[in-house]
Design a protein around this ligand. Structure first.
Ligand SMILES: *Cc1c(COP(=O)(O)O)cnc(C)c1O
Length: 347
């Protein structure tokens, strides 16, 4: 055993998609940007297509190119960044649908790819991507004339059901799209959970598919198991790791496992995270280093070959909370050194 092992349960991803699909009561797409949130766009998207997903969303045309190879010609692929300079060829050759974010992008699209399908992204209050009301009002007749495949916007605070911005953005989006026949989309995972008013014609869940909050009923998807390289005894008064931040107060057994912050196990987990030997928690002691984590296994009757950092006892959100971040960042930070294993039907 050398590298740490990341196990990805494709059936759990499919089951999460199906459950969100039942909640959506409308077409349910799948957001697979950033390599399917770090879990592998090819196997993940193929399993989702098998489960019934017909519409996929990525951030960049380059991701769309990888996705098109994995999925073949059938499914629709929308690109959130729209039609950027340099995208024209991939958009055309791979039949990707840009979500136009500005009048400038609309002009670029009309000049370079007249007749090629496109969608529109509106800014309903997040101030990140998309056309704001005044810009939209100016180009709206020209855009509608060209027949967009989708008109969408994104919610800034949907992870908080009670946030006032949810209803404000819903109202703005509804106003900006009133009287339009084109299909509309507002909800990602959080928006699906806000209820029917937010669903429109198609939803775009990402994190919920991969087992993350705010979809609390998600099946866990990722298990991450870190092999133990070495175990040593340390005496009271001895320090462990960089800067000697942890000092033994009793005779202790310290296990060193093969993963660190270069693998996305953030340094902010130092001295705070827990690894699991089966059902037994083992505290991380000292600093997380680039390739190694040290852990107190004093209590264990039997020393295992590996300790788990993600799994049944510790979800991505639980780990994220300890690190002071969100599940999205934990997943997308998981590095390239893991041995990845896909399990479940379609693996
Ligand atoms: C990332 C993203 C999504 C998916 O969001 P989740 O919170 O992961 O469900 C949907 N739409 C847009 C525009 C996004 O950027």
């Amino acid at each position: 055993m050398t590298a740490a092992r990341l196990t990805i349960d494709l059936d759990a991803i499919a089951a999460n998609w199906q459950a969100l699909s039942r909640l959506s009561e409308t077409e349910t797409g799948a957001t697979v940007k950033a390599d399917a949130y770090g879990l592998g766009i090819g196997p993940v998207a193929q399993r989702l297509a098998e489960a019934g997903a017909r519409t996929f969303f990525v951030a960049l045309a380059e991701e769309g190119a990888t996705l098109r190879k994995a999925l073949g010609t059938g499914p629709r692929i929308f690109v959130f960044s729209g039609h950027m300079a340099g995208d024209t060829q991939s958009l055309r050759n791979l039949n990707l649908i840009p979500l136009i974010n500005s009048a400038e992008q609309m002009v670029r699209h009309a000049e370079a790819l007249a007749g090629h399908p496109f969608g529109v992204q509106l800014d309903s209050g997040m101030n990140r991507l998309g056309m704001e009301p005044a810009e939209w009002a100016a180009v709206r007749p020209m855009v509608l004339q060209a027949g967009p495949q989708l008109i969408m916007s994104h919610l800034a605070c949907a992870d908080d059901r009670l946030h006032v911005m949810n209803a404000e953005q819903l109202e703005t989006f509804t106003r900006m799209t009133s009287g339009i026949d084109a299909p509309r989309s507002l909800a990602a995972t959080g928006g699906i959970l806000l209820g029917r008013d937010y669903h429109f014609d198609i939803t775009r869940p990402g994190i919920g598919l991969y087992g993350g909050a705010p979809y609390d009923d998600a099946y866990p998807v990722a298990t991450l198991s870190l092999p133990i390289i070495q175990v040593r005894d340390v005496e009271p008064g001895e320090a462990v790791g960089y800067s000697g931040t942890w000092v033994a107060t009793r005779p202790s057994r310290i296990a060193t496992v093969a993963a660190g912050y270069a693998d996305g196990l953030l340094r902010s987990l130092s001295g705070k995270a827990t690894l699991w030997a089966g059902d037994t928690p083992c505290p991380v002691v000292g600093r997380v280093s680039m390739d190694l984590i040290t852990c107190d296994v004093t209590g264990l009757a039997v020393e295992p070959d590996a300790l788990d950092i993600l799994g049944a006892h510790q979800t991505v959100d639980a780990l994220a909370e300890v690190a002071g971040t969100i599940g999205y960042e934990i997943l997308t930070s998981l590095g390239g050194r893991y041995r990845r294993r896909y399990v479940g039907h379609g693996a």
